[in-house]
Design a protein around this ligand. Structure first.
Ligand SMILES: Cc1cc2nc3c(=O)[nH]c(=O)nc-3n(C[C@H](O)[C@H](O)[C@H](O)COP(=O)(O)OP(=O)(O)OC[C@H]3O[C@@H](n4cnc5c(N)ncnc54)[C@H](O)[C@@H]3O)c2cc1C
Length: 395
């Protein structure tokens, strides 16, 4: 039986949420920020930080309480994300797939049996879940994916190739999208399966070498005659897959937008601190009006992004907009943080180009935000198409 979680009922009251937010802020700023260089140099999140995140419930903040999570709704999730964005984005990535794109497929579309089997361990961090949708030639257009699942008796046999899969080298569970039939007038023919990482025939490739977000790992995942039982089919239905992917991604877009705001705030804070103290010819560079203009543009971007994120999260939770607002907000906030990070490097002058200066890392970290969970071009298409459809329906 599929029970659809609607994400409408807040499970954490305002007072408890204030405590969660305060302790997350303290953890990020006092524990993780001082160790950003270590994360960057080792390309890993230190074990004690991973354990602390588990102990704080961060692997399951968006998983409902009945399954062992903190049960934050999206309006609370975005406040947390704005705190998490303040440090190396690898921190959030460590538990991002559990709470977000992978976990939400189970929360929203899993059967009660599937939820009982996986969600508590996902929420505790015992299980790392990865979302495996993208393939060579099927990124922006996942409807074109070619991984196949073929029925064989009571089992499904999966063959195909996925790429750029976040947390794949660490994952215990893959949420895998595969075609069970060609697309037709009834739908895309895409289903979604729960595939434990140790299933024979599943092979995780070498860790990708990326531009930024050191400490967050991606890899290819290959499926060669991977056999899973019927109970691995999410929601017990072949028709759930595409809708589950789109719903999970749309929700994730509001979260990524919030993360962008958090990182933009950090880039701004670094810029203001530098401008107030660094000097040229004995004058603090922050006294120069052209530098002040850069700070003003950064501040304006952060404030606009924050307002938009809160608005979009509210619209998601009350169900008034789960399509245009997530895409418009991701588009604006990820582009905004790109500009804010670029300005932060500019404010720092040559120092901003040097490794070991936070804004240099931020500049590289945030580039990804405009690419994954839908590129900026795809967000524009969703918003534009959505507006025209709405107008046509109105006529
Ligand atoms: C670090 C990282 C982590 C990732 N994690 C995951 C993950 O955990 N799970 C997962 O499934 N995927 C993941 N991805 C994949 C990511 O979602 C895709 O890379 C992204 O959606 C873009 O797809 P693509 O790479 O195939 O590029 P393409 O789709 O080939 O895009 C190339 C360019 O063409 C443009 N374009 C494409 N189609 C159109 C169109 N119709 N109209 C206009 N412009 C278009 C794009 O906007 C882009 O500018 C990750 C990627 C990276 C880099």
């Amino acid at each position: 039986m599929t029970s659809v979680h609607t994400d409408t009922a807040p499970q954490v009251d305002a007072e408890d949420f204030r405590d969660i937010l305060a302790s997350t802020r303290e953890f990020v700023r006092s524990v993780v920020v001082p160790r950003e260089q270590e994360i960057l140099d080792s390309d890993a999140i230190p074990d004690d930080i991973r354990q602390a995140a588990k102990d704080m419930g961060l692997f399951g903040y968006a998983i409902p309480q009945e399954w062992g999570g903190l049960g934050l709704d999206l309006t609370q999730d975005v406040e947390l994300a704005m705190e998490l964005g303040y440090t190396s984005l690898a921190l959030r990535s460590m538990f991002g797939t559990n709470n977000g794109i992978a976990g939400q497929v189970l929360v929203g579309f899993g059967t009660d049996e599937q939820k009982a089997q996986w969600l508590e361990r996902i929420a505790s961090g015992e299980v790392v879940a990865s979302f495996a949708l993208t393939e060579p030639g099927a990124g922006s257009d996942p409807a074109g994916l070619r991984t196949k699942a073929v029925r064989d008796g009571d089992d499904w046999v999966i063959n195909g190739e996925k790429r750029f899969i976040t947390n794949a080298p660490l994952a215990n569970l893959f949420v895998v999208f595969a075609r069970t039939r060609p697309a037709d007038e009834n739908g895309t023919g895409i289903a979604v399966f729960l595939v434990p990482a140790d299933t024979p025939g599943l092979q995780v490739g070498a860790k990708d070498r990326k531009m930024g977000q050191e400490g967050a790992w991606t890899a290819d995942v290959a499926f060669t005659d991977v056999r899973v039982p019927a109970s691995a089919l999410v929601g017990g239905s072949e028709d759930v897959g595409y809708r589950a992917a789109m719903t999970s991604l749309a929700r994730g877009r509001v979260h990524i937008a919030a993360l962008s705001v958090g990182t933009a705030q950090r880039a701004l804070d670094e810029s203001v601190a530098y401008a107030a103290t660094a000097t040229q010819g004995g004058t603090a560079i922050g006294e120069f009006q052209l530098v002040q203009a850069m700070l003003a543009d950064q501040q304006t971007g952060v404030m606009a992004g924050r307002a938009m994120v809160r608005d979009a999260a509210r619209a998601w939770v009350d169900g008034t907009d789960r399509r245009i607002a997530p895409s418009a907000t991701k588009l604006f906030c990820t582009e905004m943080v790109g500009k804010v990070a670029d300005l932060a490097v500019q404010v720092h002058g040559g120092s901003g180009y040097m490794r070991e200066v936070a804004v240099e890392r931020i500049y590289r970290d945030v580039r990804l935000l405009r690419l994954y969970e839908g590129t900026s071009e795809i967000q524009r298409l969703i918003v534009g198409r959505g507006l025209v459809k709405q107008a046509q329906r109105g006529h």
